[in-house]
Design a protein around this ligand. Structure first.
Ligand SMILES: *[C@@H]1O[C@H](CO)[C@@H](O)[C@H](O)[C@H]1NC(C)=O
Ligand SMILES: *[C@@H]1O[C@H](CO)[C@@H](O)[C@H](O)[C@H]1NC(C)=O
Ligand SMILES: *[C@@H]1O[C@H](CO)[C@@H](O)[C@H](O)[C@H]1NC(C)=O
Ligand SMILES: *[C@@H]1O[C@H](CO)[C@@H](O)[C@H](O)[C@H]1NC(C)=O
Ligand SMILES: [Zn+2]
Length: 507
C-alpha cells in the first residue's frame, strides 16, 4: 500500500514541478518499476528457472506469441476465445498443446466419478459387452442397462444393443449415435445451448445414460481402472474424485450397498499402484446431491463419516454437487452440515454469474464451514473477504476453465475471473471437472486454456510449473505421500524437458 502512496506522491510531485524536468528516462524507469512490481505478484514468480527450463520456456513463449500475433494481425482464430466444441481440433494441432500433453500436471483435484473415462471407451468397450440393453422413452430419452433377461417395460421397451448393432445398416454410424448420446458436444452450441439451463439439461441426461452402464458391478470395476489409465496417460499422477457412491447392480437385478463402491475403489487403486509406480493414487470426496431433502443429506453425511472411519486413507471428505442455480444452497442444509464433526468439506461454491443470489452466497457458507478447498469459486472476485480468507488460510480455488466455458459462465476465456487470481498469486489449482462428456483430455486441454488465456503474453512456464506443484501441495495427501508425490513429479518434469527439446529440435 505504502508503495502505491509514494508513487502517487511522486506523480503529484512531477505535476507540480515543470514537466521539462521530468526526463523521459525517469519516466521509463518508473514505468519499468511498476511493471516489475506487478510481475512479482503473479503465480510462479518466485521460481527460478534452470538453463534447460529457460530453453523450453523460450519455445512455449515463442509459440504463444506467434499465435497471438497471428490472431491480432491476420485474423486467425485464437482458440480460447471461442467455445471449446469449435476449437478442439485447432488446439490439438498446436505445438503448445502437444507440449502440454507431455507435461507432468500433478493432480486433478476437481473431477467427478461419472465423467472420468473417455466416451470412446464407453462405446467401444462397455456397449460391446453381452447383455447390454437400451430403450427410448415416449419423450425421446434414452436409457441403458445390463440384464440377464430384459424385463417387460412398456414406457421404455428394452432392446439388445448387440441385436440393434447387427441390424444397423452401418455399424460406425450406429456407434456414433451412441457416442453422441454420452457426450454433450454439439456443432452449434450458441444455437442449441442458449441458456445455462439448456446445457445443464443435456449434461444431466448424459449422466443418467452413462450411470445405467457404469453402475453395473463388473463394468464399474473396469471403469475405475480405465480412469486411472487415461489420467496417467495424460501425465496426471493423482486425482481427487467427487463420487456419488451408487448402489451397484448385478445382472439379476440385485444390488450392493453404497459402501461397496469404496471397497472397489480401494482394491482397484492398490492393484493399479502395484503396476504403475509413477501413479500417486486418488482420494474420494463423497458427493451429495443438492436437490435432495435435508433428511437424505443427513443420511449421506453419516454414511460419509462411517466411511471416513473404515477408509481413513481413501476418504477425503464431503461436497454437495449438481447445478447450484436450481438446487438447494449450503444454507438449506446448515443444521446437518454443522452437526457433523469429523468430516472435511470441499464445497462447489459460486459456480455462477448471478451476483448476490443464494448461489453466490454459497461462497460465504463454504468459508464459514471451513471448506478445505472451493470448487469453481467462479464468483469469488466479487467477494473481497472470501478472497482474503483463501490466501490467509490456504484454501485453494479449483478452477475448471473448459467446464465454465461449455456450461456458459464465460465465453472468451481471457475474461475468466481466474486471470485475476493468477495475477495476484491466489491459491489456485487447475482441474477439468467432467472432461469426458465434453471430449477433453483428462487435464491437458484445461492446462492449454490456462496457459493461453488465463495467463498473459509475458507469463512463462513458471506459471505452469507452479500450478502443477499447487495441485500436489493443496491435495489432501498425507505429508509423507505428498513429499513422495512431489519428488516423483520432479522426476517426470526432468523427462518432460528433454522430451520437449527432442520434439522441437527437428522443427
Ligand atoms: C500473416 O499471414 C502472412 C501470409 O500468410 C504471413 O506471411 C505472415 O507471417 C502472417 N503474420 C502473422 C503475424 O502471423
Ligand atoms: C473392455 O476392457 C476390459 C478391461 O480392460 C477388457 O478386459 C475387455 O476385454 C474389454 N472388452 C471389450 C468388449 O473390448
Ligand atoms: C476423524 O477421522 C480420522 C480419519 O479421517 C480418524 O483418524 C480420527 O480418529 C477421527 N477422529 C475422531 C474424533 O473421530
Ligand atoms: C472453523 O474453524 C474455526 C477455527 O479453527 C473454528 O473456530 C470454527 O468453529 C470452525 N467452524 C466450523 C463450522 O467447523
Ligand atoms: Zn464439479
Amino acid at each position: 500500500m505504502m508503495k502505491y502512496l509514494y508513487f502517487a506522491l511522486y506523480l503529484f510531485g512531477i505535476a507540480l514541478t515543470s514537466t521539462t524536468s521530468t526526463t523521459l528516462n525517469a519516466y521509463l524507469e518508473e514505468r519499468e518499476r511498476l511493471i516489475t512490481e506487478e510481475k512479482r505478484e503473479r503465480i510462479g514468480s518466485n521460481l527460478v528457472l534452470t538453463e534447460k527450463e529457460l530453453q523450453v520456456n523460450g519455445i512455449f513463449m515463442d509459440e504463444r506469441k506467434k499465435t497471438i500475433k497471428s490472431a491480432i494481425f491476420n485474423n486467425t482464430i485464437f482458440p480460447p476465445a471461442l467455445n471449446f466444441f469449435k476449437t478442439k481440433h485447432l488446439i490439438d494441432e498446436s505445438l503448445i498443446f502437444q507440449m502440454i500433453s507431455k507435461m507432468p500436471k500433478g493432480g486433478a483435484l476437481h473431477t467427478h466419478s461419472t465423467s472420468l473415462v473417455s466416451t470412446d471407451w464407453l462405446v467401444q468397450n462397455i456397449t460391446y459387452r453381452p447383455n447390454c440393453y437400451m430403450c427410448r422413452t415416449f419423450d425421446d430419452k434414452y436409457r441403458f442397462r445390463f440384464f440377464e433377461v430384459a424385463p417387460f417395460n412398456p414406457e421404455c421397451p428394452w432392446e439388445s444393443i448387440a441385436a440393434l448393432r447387427r441390424e444397423s445398416v452401418n455399424v460406425a454410424e450406429f456407434d456414433k449415435s451412441l457416442y453422441d448420446k454420452f457426450s454433450v458436444v454439439i456443432n452449434d452450441p450458441e444455437i442449441q445451448h442458449v441458456t445455462v439451463n439448456d446445457v445443464w439439461d443435456d449434461f444431466k441426461e448424459a449422466f443418467t445414460m452413462i450411470d445405467g452402464l457404469i453402475q453395473h458391478t463388473p463394468v464399474f470395476i473396469d471403469y475405475i481402472e480405465q480412469a486411472m489409465e487415461e489420467f496417467l496417460q495424460d501425465n496426471v499422477q493423482y486425482l481427487e474424485i467427487r463420487a456419488d457412491l451408487p448402489m451397484l447392480y448385478n445382472l439379476d437385478g440385485s444390488k450392493y450397498s453404497r459402501s461397496y463402491c469404496m471397497a472397489i475403489y480401494q482394491r482397484q487403486l492398490r492393484k493399479f499402484k502395484l503396476r504403475h509406480p509413477g501413479f500417486s493414487g486418488f482420494k474420494i470426496i463423497v458427493a451429495g446431491d443438492r436437490y435432495l431433502p435435508r433428511s437424505a443429506i443427513w443420511a449421506d453425511l453419516q454414511l460419509a463419516e462411517t466411511l471416513n472411519h473404515y477408509y481413513p486413507e481413501l476418504m477425503a471428505g464431503y461436497d454437495l454437487v449438481f447445478q447450484e442455480g436450481r438446487g438447494n444452497p449450503h444454507l438449506f442444509y446448515i443444521n446437518e452440515l454443522l452437526a457433523v464433526n469429523n468430516l472435511s468439506y470441499f464445497f462447489h461454491s459460486g459456480e455462477t454469474n448471478w451476483q448476490g443470489t443464494s448461489i453466490d452466497n454459497n461462497l460465504v457458507d463454504a468459508i464459514l464451514l471451513n471448506t478445505t478447498r472451493i470448487g469453481h469459486g467462479f464468483a469469488i472476485s466479487k467477494h473481497p473477504a472470501i478472497l482474503q480468507a483463501t490466501k490467509e488460510r490456504g484454501i485453494a480455488i479449483e478452477v475448471n476453465p473448459i467446464s465454465n466455458q461449455v456450461l456458459h459462465l464465460v465465453h472468451d476465456l481471457r475474461n475468466h475471473p481466474a486471470a485475476m487470481l493468477i495475477s495476484q498469486n491466489y491459491p489456485v489449482v487447475i482441474s477439468s471437472d467432467d472432461p469426458a462428456v465434453w471430449d477433453a483430455t483428462p487435464l491437458s486441454h484445461d492446462f492449454y486454456e490456462t496457459f493461453m488465456a488465463l495467463c498473459g503474453q509475458n507469463d512463462d512456464i513458471r506459471v505452469l510449473k507452479q500450478l502443477a506443484l499447487n495441485s500436489l501441495k493443496y491435495s489432501v495427501m498425507s505429508p509423507e505421500d505428498k513429499e513422495r508425490a512431489i519428488a516423483l513429479w520432479h522426476q517426470h518434469w526432468a523427462v518432460f524437458l528433454d522430451e520437449v527439446l527432442a520434439m522441437t529440435s527437428s522443427i
